[in-house]
Design a protein around this ligand. Structure first.
Ligand SMILES: [Zn+2]
Length: 437
């Protein structure tokens, strides 16, 4: 029976910690509260060269460099690495003393090892861990971990950049409010750009491409302009909301692409007009804002419910309110809203398209007075008629973008510490899986 071989403790420790990746050798270890501390020697082959003149120095003494490494069995790990220090004896060199180069272990000035960056990215992007959780694992501050993530992601973007855009034929453009604070960059709005190619092909989810400050035409024009010409040529469809700025940008920069105003925003716009109409009629009939017990206030949510989902009780309640002559404007606006939803819900695309075209045309001409909100809706939909109806031919919807926005919202809520947009942008890309690790 073979006897287990007794290994020197140092080999065991170096093997477990994989110090070969760090260029150090463990000499001692201790527990310091929650943190595991390892004392190490830097592996050197000969004296170091002076960073000033490049000449070999004369050994003087040693200093300790402390860096955090990836956690071991759930506890933060701190390395205390002994670095030889040298004197430069070269005449005319301004440098007197220098430490041995330890850039393989950690970047100059960094307080964490190089492999920590990969660990942080993996935890944030793949495990969807919070910065707070990773900071606890490493025994470092939130700021330190966030800084590591930002730097590492920027590096990734540099190396993996343009390939992310390969094969993108359908993009979604949407605005998202990220900062609910006064005076935030880009007015607190960002433009979210997504790859919808797989969605339209029925092959997969949307992918976040980028997040840029502001919600202006300039934001989108700038982003598109910064891409390769080959990318702009391969984009065939742009899905967007009703905001004219994006439309103008797409038309100017991607003249051959089809622009699609997606169902989500058309329905949201119609629903908003319905709310405005209800509030106006509420004021006109009762002279005050809606409050409990007011007929229109009581049905405010029922109005927004799809026809097909209304219970008998809700239908009866609507009918009772609509029976009042004074509520006729609300009823007509509500009907248009429901017709738009029905058109989108129609299985047969051609029938759906014809239905919505008919609604747009009706709103455009011959509307009686007293339907101000509906008239505005009609003008918007008529102006964007081609874009609205293009949905039925291409099925490019920003719906998935909205889902991603939901994730951004969650991200914003649990990361109130975002200092600036760059961090936000990079963390967003990480969280939404735009960057493959
Ligand atoms: Zn020197």
């Amino acid at each position: 029976m073979p006897q287990p071989r007794t290994l020197p403790a140092q080999i065991v420790a170096d093997t477990i910690i994989r110090t070969v990746e760090l260029g150090v050798r463990i000499t001692d270890a201790a527990l310091d509260g929650d943190t595991t501390v390892l004392w190490c020697d830097l592996l050197v082959d000969g004296p170091g060269a002076c960073p000033g003149c490049g000449m070999v120095g004369v050994y003087r003494d040693s200093v300790e460099r402390r860096v955090s490494d990836v956690p071991v069995v759930g506890h933060p790990l701190q390395l205390r690495v002994r670095l030889p220090r040298y004197r430069c004896v070269h005449d005319g060199c301004a440098r007197e003393i220098f430490a041995h180069d330890s850039s393989r272990l950690a970047r100059p000035g960094a307080s964490t090892t190089r492999r920590c960056a990969a660990f942080v990215l993996y935890r944030l992007a793949v495990d969807k861990a919070t910065v707070t959780a990773v900071a606890r694992e490493l025994g470092r501050s939130w700021d330190t971990v966030n800084t590591i993530a930002v730097a590492a992601t920027e590096q990734l973007l540099l190396t993996a950049g343009p390939a992310r855009l390969d094969g993108v034929r359908v993009i979604g453009v949407d605005e998202h409010k990220w900062a609910h604070v006064f005076g935030a960059e880009g007015d607190g709005f960002v433009t979210v750009i997504t790859d919808l190619t797989a969605v339209v092909a029925g092959q997969g989810p949307a992918r976040l491409l980028d997040v840029v400050p502001g919600r202006s035409a300039a934001a989108m024009t700038g982003w598109l302009g910064a891409r390769e010409q080959s990318f702009r040529e391969q984009v065939e469809i742009v899905a967007m909301d009703g905001f004219g700025g994006y439309k103008n940008a797409a038309t100017a920069v991607l003249p051959d692409a089809v622009t699609v105003m997606d169902p989500f925003h058309v329905v949201a716009l119609a629903g908003h007009k319905l709310d405005l109409c209800r509030q106006r009629v509420q004021q006109a009939t009762l002279g005050h804002r809606g409050r409990a017990g007011d007929p229109l206030y009581r049905i405010r949510r029922t109005l927004r419910t799809r026809l097909a989902l209304l219970s008998d009780k809700q239908t009866a309640r609507l009918e009772a309110v609509f029976a009042g002559e004074e509520h006729i404007a609300v009823e007509v606006t509500w009907w248009a809203y429901q017709q738009i939803i029905t058109a989108y819900a129609t299985d047969d695309r051609r029938r759906g398209k014809a239905l919505l075209a008919a609604v747009i045309d009706r709103l455009r001409t011959g509307l009686p007075a007293g339907l101000a909100e509906l008239a505005t809706l009609g003008r918007t939909l008529h102006r964007r008629r081609d874009d609205v109806l293009a949905y039925f031919d291409h099925r490019a919807s920003n719906g998935p973008t909205e889902a991603i926005n939901g994730r951004l919202e969650a991200l914003r809520r649990n990361a109130l510490g975002f200092r600036n947009l760059i961090n936000y942008r990079i963390r967003s890309l990480l969280h939404c899986g735009a960057l493959a690790l």
